[in-house]
Each structure stands twice: as structure tokens, then as C-alpha cells.
Design a protein around this ligand. Structure first.
Ligand code: UPG
Length: 327
């Protein structure tokens, strides 16, 4: 299939692009390179473009005879979204609407959407199933939820079949450890701890140790990037017949911030300074997925559920690329 990968130069998008190529698809990356890395694009055609550019989207879809779209291009920082809600709704919602309009106008009707556990807000039950209340507590989560609702209504017109995939904490490096996380600036836990282990930052700060968890630090469900991408391939295959697919993507096993720090220490063999700071606003104590729907309906299985394996792949990437992609 010819697949337009919006945001295909970013962390998840570039891993997805590489996996699509490995599986015989023809990915076309569409990315404005504001956050992504051109050197992370593997085995794909590349169009430098912005999702706000309707004409270029239509031209690209026609030029490459696109059959389906995977959409990874979004802002992802919760704190930034609180400071700039309009920027988040514009990029994450308005631009997704623009992309969908271009798809409808060119007759492309298969769409895989990167959603997030942030649509649940502070869930009342753990592990999280897809049908609990969606009550996002920040503009990031709400902008993603708004796109989900738009997709749901659009699918009912018969013009779009879609999969909304709600990611828990994507991490690790794919393609044999060569495609890893390099966010600018970095705010994600595992790369930050690795920077501390590499001596690139003085310490790692734990955001709060007074949560109601076994060691007082927040618990998250860390999912290896390759496992995450695999679910997209499976979902894409279903979109010929299914109008609406919604799945949580996580391992269902939670690790605390302290446990992640200990794992990085073990994998790296390095010691480093750990300090405890205040809670970060908007962090729920525990987020873990019940992903049984994806397992049952997609036949999805995870190959790398162990945190140590995930951290090893990330460690390998950061050691090989101490300054990230450098572009
Ligand atoms: O320097 C740091 C950075 C993070 N944390 C904690 O580590 C955990 C993980 O944080 P982070 O890596 O920032 O991920 P999340 O805030 O859990 O959010 C991720 O997971 C969400 C889905 O759950 C996605 O929507 C987001 O895009 C993605 O960043 C949280 O408890 C943070 O409070 C620290 O203690 N210190």
C-alpha cells in the first residue's frame, strides 16, 4: 500500500515508516521538520510540508496515489499545552481536520490516528479500558480527544474508516536500536535518565515521591516502540472492513519512576545523582493499560514487554548517538 506518514520524521513516525518499508509497503513521509529529523527517515519518499497546507496535501496524495494515511504529526508536551492551548488546538486539531478534508476530497478513506492515554485524564479505575470516561485534564489530551470525536462522526458518514490508537508511554529504540528518542528539548523520562547516566546532565529529578503508590513515585506503562508500531500495521489491515477501531496500546504492567531509574542504573552500570522535587502538575499517580481489546481484535502481541530490554535498546541508541540525530 502507498501510505502517507504525516510526522514520519519524528520518533514514532520514523519507526513506523521503517517498519512499513520492511513489510513491503511504500511509505511517503510528509513532515515540516519542525521537530523531526530528516536522517531518521528510512526507505521512504519525503515531502517537506506542513499540515496547514491543504493544496500540498492534495497534491501529495494524488502524486503518490496514497491509499491510507498514518498521522503522527502533533505536539505532545502536556506542560507546553497548558501554557499554549491555542497552539495545541491549532496544530493537533485544526491541522488534523485539514488533513482529513484533503483525504475526503481525494477519496482516501483509511486513517490511523496517534491518540494517547491522556484522553482519560485522571482515571477512576486501573488498568484503563477503552470505554471508561474520557475526561482530559489538559489541552494536549483534549486536542487529541477532539480529533477522536471528529473521526467518530466522520466515520458515520461512510467517508472514513479509522483507528484511534491510545498510546501509553512509548519508549525504547527500534530498527536494531538505531531509531531512538531525540526530542528537542527532551522531557521524557527514559532519555532524561540516560542523559544523567551519560554525564550529560547533572542529575535526574523525580517529580514527586508522595503519590499513593508502593514507593511514592508515579507509575506508567512503558511500551516498546516496535511493539507500538506493530499494532498500527495490524489496525491498518482491518480498515478495509472496519469503520471504527479504538485501542489502548500498553503492556498492562506499570513501573514506578524509581524503578525506571534503577533499571537505567543496572543496564548502564553507571551511578548518578537522583533528587526529589515537587510533583509536576497534571501527572496522575498511575496510568496502566488494559489492552486486551487490541490483543483479542487485532491479535496483537508484544515482543519486548520487559523494561530492561526497552532500556537496553534506548541505552544503545543514546551511546551511538550522544548528540541525537544532529539535524
Ligand atoms: O524529569 C522527569 C521526567 C518525568 N518524570 C516522571 O516520569 C513519568 C513519565 O513522564 P514522561 O516521560 O514525561 O511521560 P508522561 O507524562 O507519562 O506522558 C507520556 O505518556 C502520555 C500517555 O500516557 C503521552 O500522551 C505523552 O505524550 C507522553 O509524554 C511521569 O510520572 C513524570 O512525572 C520525572 O519524575 N522526572
Amino acid at each position: 500500500m502507498n501510505i502517507l506518514v504525516c510526522g514520519g520524521a519524528g520518533y514514532i513516525g520514523s519507526n513506523m515508516t521503517a517498519m512499513l518499508a520492511r513489510h513491503g509497503h511504500n511509505p511517503v513521509v510528509y513532515d515540516n521538520l519542525s521537530k523531526g529529523h530528516k536522517s531518521a527517515i528510512r526507505n521512504a519518499q519525503f515531502v517537506r510540508g506542513d499540515l496547514a497546507d491543504y493544496d500540498l496535501l492534495v497534491e501529495t496524495i494524488k502524486k503518490y496515489s496514497i491509499d491510507a494515511v498514518m498521522h503522527f504529526a502533533a505536539f505532545i508536551e502536556v506542560g507546553e499545552s497548558v501554557a499554549d492551548p491555542l497552539g495545541y488546538y491549532y496544530n493537533n486539531f485544526c491541522n488534523a481536520r485539514n488533513l482529513l478534508q484533503a483525504m475526503v476530497d481525494t477519496g482516501v478513506n483509511k486513517f490511523v490516528f496517534s491518540s494517547t492515554a491522556a484522553v482519560y485524564g485522571e482515571p477512576e479505575t486501573i488498568p484503563i479500558t477503552e470505554d471508561i470516561a474520557k475526561q482530559p485534564i489538559n489541552p494536549y489530551g483534549d486536542s487529541k480527544r477532539a480529533v477522536e470525536l471528529m473521526l467518530s462522526f466522520l466515520s458515520k458518514t461512510g467517508k472514513m474508516n479509522y483507528a484511534a490508537l491510545r498510546y501509553f508511554n512509548a519508549c525504547g529504540a527500534g530498527e536494531d536500536g538505531t531509531l531512538g528518542e531525540d526530542h528537542q528539548p527532551e522531557s521524557h523520562l527514559i532519555p532524561l535518565i540516560i542523559q544523567a547516566a551519560m554525564g550529560k546532565r547533572e542529575d535526574i529529578k523525580i517529580f514527586g515521591n508522595d503519590y499513593p503508590t508502593h514507593d511514592g513515585t508515579c507509575i506508567r506503562d512503558y511500551i516498546h516502540i516496535e511493539d507500538l508500531c506493530k499494532a498500527h500495521l495490524l489496525a491498518l489491515d482491518k480498515l478495509d472492513d472496519e469503520a471504527e477501531l479504538i485501542f489502548n496500546l500498553g503492556n498492562g504492567k506499570g513501573y514506578s519512576v524509581l524503578e525506571v531509574i534503577e533499571t537505567v542504573k543496572k543496564v548502564s552500570g553507571k551511578d548518578f545523582t537522583v533528587i526529589t522535587g515537587d510533583r509536576r502538575p497534571g501527572d496522575p499517580p498511575v496510568l496502566t493499560a488494559d489492552a486486551s481489546r487490541a490483543r483479542q481484535q487485532l491479535g496483537w502481541t508484544t515482543d519486548f514487554p520487559e523494561l530492561e530490554i526497552i532500556v537496553e535498546s534506548a541505552w544503545k541508541f543514546h551511546n551511538a548517538n550522544p548528540d541525537g540525530y544532529g539535524d
